[in-house]
Design a binder for this molecule. Structure first.
Ligand code: NAD
Length: 495
């Protein structure tokens, strides 16, 4: 086997090694003998250099007309279109999810790129009448400065793109620290954006661990906004790091999402949704439907059919087009999943299918776990409360819609929820009462589109949203401007 390729950081327009010269391996979770590449194991020195480069490039980029910034984003998006298949294949190899899904991941980056490129000619503020004569009032967005972007491994291109395209179009410069499990997709993304014509220093990439690169980045006083997606535990640390000097931080964190299946639901549709929502991306989505609450009248039938179909899902290497579910990201994540399965069993939930790591034959090469379903869960059980981030679904019986909504809202997270029903009145009540950032009617908990706000309530987020217009708010500040052309002193609220 050829020696793995050695990759570098991208700082101030140059591809550079980590100052310490150390690297770490990027390994295929479907075949651990497949080392995809060696990436810089950077530390604070590299993070500081990247922030200095971004700071140095900021003034010129801030003053570059937004339509010109948009043209570069547009070119990058076209290049993503041209290379979509190759980028998706590389992503499946480093992250494990099936090709259909990695194509979708790249497509999200493409969609976001075109959307934000268009913002270059919009970035609308307001013009509004003044309460005084001969006075003009308007509001404009202004950039913040250097954006520090810290991302997880489950959407290795989509999530960086959501943040970076929005940051750049607003006129910020960026330092990206991707997850150590999936640095290649971020590397590809940064390479394309720079080939599309970004000036040096505007977008920098530093790979390495959370502690050695993420921490110095989030604590750096020149980083004016930190945008983080990952676990609630680390998100809290980001929030604390930014709080003392009031630097902005935007957090997208964990989820414990639910599909509610009412007794009048189209069961075929609800089953399709529960399978896709629960086991798509091997359950490793912040929006995964890890809970399914089913009305008692249809509970038995739903459970039987859900178990049958889950067991038939083909698990394997995501590059094989017949495979329907890939591996867990690594053995440690698989161990976490299995640990939760033991917790669920001890709590008294009924294991319907799965529940043991897949270790025989081809599976021995990777970190595989089968689709696993627990039936008869109490909503207060740990498996029905905590984020597992794997292919485990807890099924909870209920009797009334009110009870279902209470179950849905009865977790610390608030990202996504869904209800399957044909009752229009109930659908509207659910839209009003489900306290999550995303609500789906007759569709699973996953499938957000890039032009709507994305994010969650409670321990999922800190009140911000990414994507669409809301995403621009993270990376800009409003400035209200009053122009008095009366030639006299006019006092608002007094004259
Ligand atoms: P994680 O919190 O372990 O890591 C996320 C990023 O933070 C990585 O780049 C990591 O290196 C970095 N990091 C880790 N420790 C750090 C530290 N001490 N200081 C600074 N940075 C640090 O999360 P993960 O395992 O990569 O991703 C899974 C989690 O992400 C799940 O909880 C999932 O729900 C969440 N997620 C949320 C969304 C959302 O939009 N709400 C989307 C995807 C994933």
């Amino acid at each position: 086997m050829a020696a793995p390729k050695v990759y570098r950081n991208y700082i101030n327009g140059e591809w550079v090694e980590a100052g310490c010269g150390q690297t770490f391996e990027n390994v295929n979770p479907a075949d651990k003998s497949d080392v995809i590449g060696l990436f810089p194991a950077s530390d604070k020195v590299d993070a500081d250099e990247a922030v200095a480069a971004a700071q140095g490039a900021y003034e010129k980029w801030r003053l570059t007309p937004a339509p010109k910034r948009g043209e570069i984003l547009f070119r990058a998006s076209q290049m993503l279109v041209e290379r979509k298949e190759e980028l998706a294949r590389e992503m499946t190899r480093e992250m494990g999810k099936i090709l259909k899904e990695t194509r979708g991941d790249v497509q999200e980056a493409i969609d976001m790129g075109f959307y934000m490129a268009g913002e270059g000619r919009r970035l609308f503020g307001q013009t509004t009448p003044s309460e005084l004569v001969n006075k003009f009032a308007l509001s404009v967005r202004m950039p913040l400065g250097v954006a520090g972007i810290i991302t997880p491994w489950n959407f290795p291109m989509a999530i960086p793109s959501w943040k970076i395209f929005a940051a750049l179009i607003c006129g910020n410069t960026v330092v990206l620290k991707p997850a150590t499990d999936t640095p290649l997709s971020s590397w590809n993304f940064v390479k394309i954006l720079n080939e599309a014509g970004l000036p040096k220093g505007v977008l920098n990439l530093v790979t390495g661990s959370g502690g050695k690169v993420g921490t110095p980045l989030m604590k750096h006083s020149d980083v004016k906004v930190v945008s983080f997606t990952g676990s609630t535990e680390v998100g809290r640390m980001v929030s604390e790091a930014c709080a003392p000097d009031f630097r902005h931080c935007h957090l997208e964190m964990g989820g414990k999402n639910i599909i509610i299946v009412m007794d009048d639901a189209n069961l075929d549709l609800a089953l399709d949704g529960a399978l896709w929502g629960g086991f798509g991306t091997t359950g490793q989505r912040c929006t995964a439907a890890s809970r399914v609450a089913v009305h008692k009248k249809v509970y038995k039938e739903f459970l039987r059919r859900f178990g049958d179909r889950a067991q038939k899902l083909k698990v394997g290497n995501g590059l094989d087009p017949t495979v329907e579910m890939g591996p867990c990201i690594h053995d440690q994540q698989r161990d976490t999943v299995h640990n939760y399965v033991e917790i669920g069993t001890n709590e008294g939930a009924q294991l319907l299918c799965g529940g043991q790591p897949l270790t025989e034959g081809e599976y021995a090469k990777g970190s595989f776990y089968p689709p696993t379903i627990f039936a008869d869960c109490d909503p207060k059980m740990r498996i029905a409360q905590e984020e597992i981030f794997g292919p485990v679904v807890s099924v909870i019986p209920f009797e009334t819609a009110e009870e279902a909504i209470e179950i849905a809202n009865g977790v610390v997270y608030g990202l996504s929820s869904s209800i399957y029903t044909r009752d229009l009145n109930l659908a509207f009540r659910a839209m009003r009462d489900l306290y999550t950032g995303l609500v789906y009617i007759n569709a699973p908990t996953i499938g957000a589109e890039i032009h709507l706000p994305f994010g969650g309530t409670k321990c999922t987020g800190n009140g911000h949203r990414e994507a669409g217009q809301a995403g621009l708010d993270v990376f800009s500040e409003w400035k209200s401007i009053y122009v008095d052309f009366s030639g006299t002193l006019q006092r608002a609220q007094i004259d």
